[in-house]
Design a protein around this ligand. Structure first.
Ligand code: GLN
Length: 314
């Protein structure tokens, strides 16, 4: 096992160097101008290790649009509000469909398969909106993420939020469709406003890796630190990330990397090695399923070299 701090620092550098040379980088998301303009040659990696050390390489300080990675933190927030009653409105099974698919909702009475496809995330936003103005609900999420990352520099990119709103016809359809089943409780445009703004949160790999630490530490902020969520809840969120975090490519991600992970169409991935590390990687070029091509490859290399796969015997 390659687990000394010096080895880890070196490994992170080596992986970033390999990714800088990569030929195939995938396609940058093109559905909104602020994302289509991003330079596909960028790559950033940050590993927050269990001992508190941070190991970063490449463009690890560059903020990017976290997009669907926000669904992990919004789910954490919603479970804190309503606990397991959330599961009356959202399932826990991989969908086998793309992130924005509507097809399963008709047969399944407006109950989304899981909280990480868009339909499920919209229900989570609807839960977080209860008793609040949209701007208060999103402010609460932003405050939570700043606390987790210990960084007040995390912001919402308003240009991205506006573009999401202007082009989000599938999400608008999903919210309205679930509203017809009674599984969206607010006016759909309010719930959608929360969703579009959480997708537009901008963070660097460094900020994101730090924000994910509670999921490596069984729900603690850090070892010996305050409890963010119960240990059982952290295990369950990790389980959902493993089974559903990459949509219809979740099986392939588990096969190649073997870690709970959540991707975003901005090219970021948050991966958790329980007890070992919280890892954020960013490379804006996407594969055919809308997941970061080099981000996945980098995590595959990291998991292979460290033995961090949850399926490893040690
Ligand atoms: N804003 C995107 C959408 O709702 C987020 C999707 C993603 O990151 N996979 O379509």
């Amino acid at each position: 096992g390659r687990d000394s701090v010096a080895d880890l620092a070196r490994l992170v550098q080596d992986i970033a160097a390999e990714m800088a040379e990569a030929g195939e980088r995938g396609e940058v998301a093109s559905y909104i101008p602020p994302l289509s303009r991003i330079d596909p040659r960028q790559f950033g990696l940050c590993v927050a290790a269990a001992d508190g050390s941070l190991h970063a390489a490449g463009a690890s300080e560059e903020p990017f649009s976290i997009q669907s990675i926000s669904k992990v933190f919004a789910l954490t927030q919603a479970l804190g509000k309503v606990g397991d009653t959330l599961w009356r409105r959202v399932g826990r099974e991989p969908s086998g469909t793309p992130f924005n698919s509507i097809v399963q909702l008709e047969r399944e009475q407006g109950i989304p398969r899981n909280p990480f496809i868009n339909a499920g995330a919209l229900v989570v936003c609807d839960i977080n909106l209860a008793g609040h103005e949209p701007r208060v609900a999103i402010g609460e999420l932003l405050r939570f993420m700043r606390y987790l990352a210990d960084d007040d520099g995390i912001i919402i990119d308003e240009a991205v939020a506006r573009a999401e709103q202007a082009t989000g016809f599938r999400n608008i359809a999903l919210a309205n469709y679930m509203k017809a089943f009674g599984n969206i409780r607010h006016a759909p445009e309010l719930t959608l406003g929360v969703y579009f703004h959480q997708c537009a949160i901008a963070m660097s790999c460094r900020q994101l890796a730090r924000a994910g630490r509670y999921l490596m530490h069984g729900g603690l902020y850090e070892p010996g630190g305050p409890r963010v969520i119960p240990a059982q809840r952290a295990r369950r969120i990790n389980a959902l990330m493993l089974t559903c975090g990459h949509y219809d490519a979740s099986g392939d991600f588990a096969f190649r990397v073997g870690l709970p992970g959540k991707s975003g169409v901005g090219g970021g991935i948050l991966a958790i090695a329980p007890g070992q590390a919280a890892i954020a990687v960013w490379s804006p070029g996407l594969d055919a399923n809308g997941n970061s091509l080099l981000g996945t490859l980098a995590l595959e290399r990291l998991a292979e070299a460290t033995g961090w796969s949850v399926f490893s015997p040690d």
